[in-house]
Design a protein around this ligand. Structure first.
Ligand code: NAD
Length: 509
């Protein structure tokens, strides 16, 4: 294609807008990136890398809006969230369709992505009780002490490609319902479903400047982490970027929570329900093409459960690889050609380092979608803990299997792995489960549940190498993250109060 034709073709593709002070703005940047359907390579839109001035304008709009939004009554904020949850519910199938087109996951799973975010919006509707302070009467003679939970200011959110609905919904609804204003930076790989949700938030009545959106990569993220008016940064993404964001934003005095990469183990005891366990392993290992931060990526077979391996391969082989829009698809494409190349390199490393490739998904063909970024389910056995496929997060449909003799060995193995996002135990023994939940050093534990992502009245509690910062997304923890506790100690005098004279000690009487 010559340059003129290419420019014309580029013009016909829609552009993703910025949202600054309630206005949809075409970026003036010269740097753009294509948003690509991973099943077909169709260019769906072009997303800008916002200029420094645009990022600054978004933050300043949020700062200006904070002055009035912080004192908007709780009931008014809550009613916007109630409307927002109704709109997200109503538009779930439409948003899911956009999500499947840009991200690749199956339509039912895309609806699940929106739904898990919607649950957080529902939770945000309880802000009246979530943001309550505490009160202690008469802590000294006529003295009461109470706490206020006040919003902190402009907060920023930086989100990954793998849950373009759920993770933005982890962030901005809870931040703004607590009285803060927000600048969101969606993943540049799949911003369209996120933007559909932002449009619904405006329709629900989020006032101008309260929610702003900028797009881009490192430069924009670094600007958010260092800007003087940003008070808190919430990041979800890879460990390398999350560590950088945590350090940079902390150095600049921000509150930061950084939810990062994972290597989630599923430990299988021989007394587990065989069929249910194998179904869970196949679903959690290969669903969403393995691109979930809570995907099962390592299976640890204890004792005689190693005999189940051929059955796991049979289950995996039966999964249907196809475009996410096609009915009965189990595994869609991975998000990009670069992601596919990276996963194939890791599989190659596994073969070279001597693991046994029991099931090889590298040559999968999908009729009608020959250009898609597909990888079929892949299983390695005889994996050692120093192999590249064990030490790295593969983030693709690849399960690595290790065997040990006892539950104690399994616990030791999991605890030695630096990540701490999720872990599962499959057993019918209550005693084994109780020992496991107590001794395992991982923040989210599933007992016969392969993907133990907590519902939003609890918090997401990944730990160790999977998280930096003390407080997690949603639940009670995120209300602490997005508010400052102020403690008031008060005494009121009336004319009848006895005057006790000057008190030169620190004690309250
Ligand atoms: P990523 O780290 O590449 O990108 C995340 C965000 O950071 C994006 O918005 C991106 O634009 C930005 N970014 C990319 N490079 C940057 C740089 N050099 N400096 C500053 N910002 C940069 O992650 P991803 O590939 O989009 O998402 C997959 C990763 O996210 C996986 O590691 C997965 O485990 C993790 N994840 C973790 C959780 C969790 O809760 N722990 C949830 C979802 C995803």
């Amino acid at each position: 294609m010559n340059a003129t034709l290419a420019a014309a073709a580029a013009r016909s593709v829609k552009t993703v807008k910025l949202l600054i002070n309630g206005e949809w703005i075409e970026s003036s940047t010269t740097q753009w990136r294509d948003v690509v359907n991973p099943a077909t390579q169709e260019v769906l839109a072009r997303v800008p890398f916002s200029t420094a001035e645009e990022v600054d304008a978004a933050i300043r709009a949020a700062q200006a809006a904070f002055e009035t939004w912080k004192s908007t009554p709780i009931g008014a904020r809550m009613r916007i969230m109630l409307k927002f949850q109704a709109l997200v519910r109503e538009h779930m199938p439409r948003v899911a369709k956009i999500l499947t087109a840009e991200q690749g996951k199956t339509l039912p799973d895309a609806e699940g992505d929106v739904f898990r975010g919607l649950e957080v919006v529902e939770h945000a509707c309880s802000v009246g009780t979530l943001q309550l302070g505490e009160f202690a009467e008469n802590v000294a003679g006529g003295v009461d002490t109470y706490t206020l939970r006040q919003p902190i200011g402009v907060c920023a959110g930086i989100t990954p490609f793998n849950f373009p609905a759920m993770i933005p919904l982890w962030m901005f609804p809870m931040a703004i319902v607590c009285g803060n204003t927000f600048v969101l930076k969606p993943s540049e790989q799949d911003p369209l479903s996120t933007m559909a949700l932002v449009e619904l938030a405006l329709e629900a009545g989020v006032p101008k400047g309260v929610l702003n959106v900028v797009h881009g990569g490192k430069d924009v993220v670094d600007a958010l982490c260092t800007h003087e008016d940003i008070k808190a940064v919430s990041f979800v993404g890879s460990t390398a970027v999350g560590t950088h964001v945590y350090r940079l934003a902390s150095e600049h005095g921000k509150r930061v929570q950084s939810m990062m990469g994972a290597k989630n183990h599923a430990v299988v005891l021989p007394d587990a329900n065989r069929e249910q366990t194998l179904n869970a392993l196949a679903g959690a290992g290969f669903g969403a093409a393995g691109q979930r931060c809570m995907a099962t990526s390592v299976v640890v077979l204890v004792g005689s459960s190693k005999e189940w391996l051929p059955d796991l391969v049979t289950k995996a082989k039966a999964l249907k690889v196809n475009a996410g829009v096609e009915p009965k698809t189990d595994i869609g494409p991975v998000v990009s050609r670069a992601a596919k190349a990276r996963i194939l390199d890791l599989i190659e490393a596994g073969v070279k380092e001597g693991a046994t490739l029991l099931l090889d998904g590298r040559d999968v063909k999908v009729p009608g979608y020959e250009d898609g970024n597909f990888i079929g389910p892949t299983i390695f056995s005889d994996v050692k803990t120093d192999m590249t496929i064990y030490t790295n997060e593969i983030f693709g449909p690849v399960l690595v299997v290790l065997t040990v003799d006892t539950l104690d060995e399994a616990i030791k193995l999991v605890n030695k792995n630096p990540f701490g996002n999720g872990v599962g135990l499959f057993t019918q023994s209550g005693a084994a489960a109780r020992k496991f939940q107590s001794e395992i050093d991982v923040g989210q534990v599933g007992i016969n549940i392969p993907i133990p992502v907590p519902v939003p009245y609890f918090s997401f509690t990944g730990s160790r190498g999977s998280k930096l910062g003390d407080l997690g997304p949603y639940g009670k923890q995120v209300v602490q993250f997005y508010t400052q506790t102020k403690t008031v100690t008060a005494r009121w005098f009336d004319d009848a109060t006895i005057n006790e004279g000057v008190n030169t000690t620190i004690s309250l009487k």
